[in-house]
Design a protein around this ligand. Sequence first.
Ligand code: GDP
Ligand code: MN
Length: 391
Amino acid sequence: MKIHEYQGKEILEGYGVRVQRGILVDTPDAAGQAFQSWGGTAAVIKAQVHAGGRGKGGGVKFVTSLSEAESVADAMLGMQLVTHQTGPEGQKVRKLMICEALDLAAEYYVGIALDRALGRPVLMVSAEGGVEIETLALERPEALLKLPIDPAAGLQAYQARRAAFFLGLDAGQVRQAVPFLLGLAQAYLENDCELAEINPLVLTEQGDVVALDAKMTFDSSALFRHADIAEMRDEHEEDAKEVEASRFGLNYITLDGEIGCMVNGAGLAMATMDTIKAHGSSPANFLDVGGSATEEAITEAFRIILSDSKVKGILVNIFGGIMKCDIIARGVIAAAKNVRIEIPLVVRLEGTNVEAGRTLLAESGLDLIAASSLDEGASLICTAVTSNKPS
Ligand code: GDP
Ligand code: MN
């Protein structure tokens, strides 16, 4: 799960990490007041969306007068901010952070991410701030220091000192950077983060070490033990269909293709998507209805798939294990009665009680195409969709 910069900074402050302070606003008037409260001479206005690269996209602006603060806030609120991390349609800006303006002497990169190969979090630092870390890691790996963190012991002070010296900080700055890095690592571990990135970490003209930005993402499977963080979820920033699906316990992700998929089990869902590709079309979604989907959840799954205008056909591919095929068939029949399906529907069932399930479908009078294997199912839906197209 992602959160906003202002929320990330709030969490980090609780761990003693020094952050660029800001005031959250959602009107130009409030932006003006916040500007005045920073002294009335300068502030930085920052769009709060769940995407990086805001600066380059026009979502971070330096302002130097009250009227400028109000007019920039007015223009930014409600705009669709497009960055390299949003889609081409961008993200709507609903809130702004009006930040204190700092005089920067240097910008650095600091991040903690899970290294799946090492099986532990890794602290990464670079003196080249503001750059994209993925590019740096590929093109100039020597400019990036990586230190694995023992998840039980946490980041060690000697590691934090080594990172600070790698950045070229002097002794006084190192004394500030060490508690900064230790706090960041503690925040990462205690909150089950996937990523905690400070890009840039800055050294001010006054010699202070400050987090100018904060990007934190969390392991969704661990949110049950972090109610305070779960509350920070902002559904406006997420795909509406995915939010709806998660309410019904469905794992749904929107994709670009034209075949809607309804599958149980993540592995089978991926195999289904691959098989559709192999037959020349492409999936409109990933959908794992889970091992114990109810009739209601299956109806909802149909509704979500059909609400996507890209979808030209649906392939249901269910392997009955714990879940019995006759129950799934009943779910499909009930769903088809509740939701009008006017595009080709191919159903492939296999596993426990498969005969009962197939009989139910055959006797239901539904206009569906039955398949007896995944390969056949994928082939049938791809053909049906292609022959349905106006030539
Ligand atoms: P991002 O583009 O979404 O990563 O947004 P950031 O919060 O990282 O801001 C982008 C850039 O704006 C930073 O890398 C800084 O160069 C600049 N910036 C932000 N706040 C200040 C500030 O107080 N003073 C100065 N001089 N630059 C700032
Ligand atoms: Mn940034």
